[in-house]
Design a binder for this molecule. Structure first.
Ligand SMILES: [Zn+2]
Length: 326
């Protein structure tokens, strides 16, 4: 239900979760001659909602307006909204009443002041993802999101440096340590909301490797491709696709120049094979800010940007995040 225009001199409050009590909506268009009187507006809201409640059991899920004070309307709940189905590898954004408790796939989800939640669906997920929601009034609901399977072609990559495909034991141990350090940063569940922005491409270019493809390096089967490769010349600036905080920046054996950018709520981006790193751990970056440059460091056959995304340790497809419509 759209928020009504606040009449001149009055404020409309949107109820939020306990961490941010109220988000005042700034009063815009202060003088609109055709606006009905304030009392009439309240009447319209209340009667519309009563009618909606009378028409079915959806009452619990729709906006409820309570008059807290004469000059304040408190819009208390928001519909519970999740997509009916998503593709494997998706970032799923849902809405719940602010202040709800939400859990899925073994994680308790953070809920923004506006009731936004996010989770990821892995490449090999199947069936349905179940989301458990307890609204602030103590009622429990369960939502199901069906997972649509995708095709995962086999991709043969030859000419990879042999030492990166079958590393010596001591190198294998180094790789393991390095990957563990990156994985530890992916466990963060920080309170920042870059994940909810409309993501932009970190570099412009042709997609030279798709997320999820089953890779065979020099004839040896490897793991599925964990991100999206974008062809670009060495030195091309890499921009942050959404805002966040740098949680890892180092040169690693397998992934070369490596940056981890945390967008909040468990969602992170990683950028690999960089020829240059322009940021350090702890830096806050804005969407579009240059954080490094394209390279061919680590296990790479030529200059490109590998951009991976995660929800905690679940890998998701950056291309689906770019194509997501709010
Ligand atoms: Zn890649």
């Amino acid at each position: 239900m759209p928020l009504p225009f606040p009449p001149p001199g009055h404020r409309v409050m949107v109820a939020a979760s306990s961490d941010t009590e109220f988000h005042p909506v700034p009063t815009i268009l202060p003088t609109i001659p055709f606006l009905p009187s304030w009392h009439r507006l309240v009447g319209v809201i209340v009667s519309t909602l009563l009618l909606s409640c009378a028409m079915g059991s959806v009452c619990a899920d729709i906006v409820r307006a309570d008059i807290v004070r004469a000059d304040t309307v408190r819009i208390d709940t928001i519909p519970i909204t999740f997509p009916d189905s998503v593709q494997q590898g998706s970032m799923v954004i849902g809405r719940v009443p602010p202040g709800s408790q939400v859990a899925t796939a073994g994680h308790d989800l953070r809920v923004t002041g506006y009731g936004t939640v996010v989770f990821g669906v892995g490449r090999d997920a199947s069936g349905t993802e179940t989301v458990d929601i307890t609204t602030p009034d103590g009622r429990s609901r369960q939502m199901s999101v069906a997972v649509t399977p995708r095709d995962w072609p086999i991709e043969r990559i030859d000419g990879v440096p042999p030492k990166t495909v079958s590393p010596l034991p001591e190198i294998a141990q180094r790789i393991q340590h390095e990957q563990a350090a990156v994985s530890a940063e992916r466990a963060r569940n920080d309170d920042r909301v870059g994940f909810a922005q409309t993501f932009i491409w970190p570099v412009e270019g042709r997609i030279s490797g798709r997320f999820g493809n089953q890779r065979v390096y020099n004839g040896t089967p490897g793991s599925a491709h964990s991100g999206m490769d974008i062809a670009a010349a060495k030195g091309t600036p890499v921009k942050a696709p959404a805002s966040g905080v740098i949680t890892f920046a180092d040169d690693l054996y397998l992934t070369g120049g490596t940056i981890l950018l945390d967008h909040g709520y468990g969602i992170s981006s990683n950028f690999l094979h960089l020829s240059r790193i322009d940021v350090k751990v702890g830096d806050s970056v804005e969407q579009g800010q240059v954080i490094g440059a394209v390279g061919a460091t680590g296990r790479a056959t030529g200059p490109h940007l590998h951009w991976g995304m995660n929800w905690f340790d679940t890998r998701i497809d950056p291309l689906l995040v770019l194509e997501r419509t709010p």
